[in-house]
Design a protein around this ligand. Sequence first.
Ligand code: SF4
Ligand code: SF4
Length: 425
Amino acid sequence: MSTNLKHKIENSKEKQNRHKAMEAIKVINSLKEDFKSPIESMNYFYELFEDVYCKNKSLHSDKLKVGTMCIQIPSEIIYALDAVPIRLCNGFYTDDEIGSDFMPQKSCPLVRATVGQFSSKNFNDMPDLIYSPTTCDQKTKAGVTIESFGYEVNDVDFPRIKESEISREYFRRSIRNFSIDLSKKTGKKLKKSDLKKSISKIGYAQSLYHNLCDYRKHSDVVIGGNDVFLITNAFFFDKIDNWINAVEKLLEECKKRKEEKISINAKVAPRIVYTGSPPIFPNYKVPLLIEQSDGIIVADETCSANRMFNDRVAVDEWFINDMLDSLADKYLKACTCPIFTRNDDRIRRIIELVKSYSADGVVYQSFAGCTVYEAEQKSVLEAMEKAGIPILYIESDYSPSQGGQLSTRIEAFIESLKTRRRTKK
Ligand code: SF4
Ligand code: SF4
């Protein structure tokens, strides 16, 4: 490569990093400053995101990094092989713009941003291996595009029918193959004791998340929905032990706040369940607007938060193949992504969340270009109407230009929920 070309690439990388740092810090500052009574323990997460996205700090230079294109790759297996999982879903507009040169105009911004990041090879922790489950069409095709940049992308078969026995067996076989392949590539043998240990560690992390969610059920809400998205997004890439310690500390603070009846918002703030295309840092455009408009996100049904921590792995016999099968079952069963033919579980889960978190309404975000979330909109809207639950459907993307129009719709929805509450009394 000529020195000139090298300079050009480095300069453009610097420029991208600057833009990404600006996107990141804007959201971090909003989280720190926009809401009253901020939680002190959140500082760990704010600093983590500043380190990674503003200072480009590597967290795993001593470890083999396994990039995963979606939530269906069991982290438990990766940890058991002494590697670290890094979820590659990307929320940066800077990367989305770069990726739009390689993906169709009408594609999902999340997928475009992931492709964009690979095309510019701009990572704080570059994945050594990449695994891509064949989930939605765009993710599947993105793998091929990423390969054209010189990476090896390993496909992991994923079924599109959730309920059938054939799918269950198919995914079990797929996960066994994944573990064999990863074991070969890492040069490590998958040991029973290590897998058992990592299943229990992830299970513990899940239980912490659920404890945190319990605090969101009360009328004095001690933590905002955007902060919770930040915590769960950190799970994509953070050192798991650090994440666990930080959430344990946060829970202690939540307990204290509950005892002292400290709430981050007024009791009249409408309570929202968030569903649809996942908010991924720093694309918190819609969730931030909700909370800046006096709503409070008390629960979510998305793959960047709640869906990652649903359902524990249920193991009967602690032998390797039994554990692998149980992992496959858990990852398939817990997934409520609209990639499946039928997805009644998703509707059931949203209604259940509305009830258990005493929510006033649902906000459903679909990324422009995501056909499956768009397609599922109709059945979800009908089901909510039948259940008497107000719902707002929003199509959004990563561009910063949509703000005004979105905020008008969100504010109007929040106001309508307030009126509804008043008239119900
Ligand atoms: S929306 Fe669905 S396909 Fe996309 S990352 Fe989430 S679970 Fe995977
Ligand atoms: S939002 Fe839609 S297109 Fe994008 S990753 Fe998820 S399912 Fe795929």
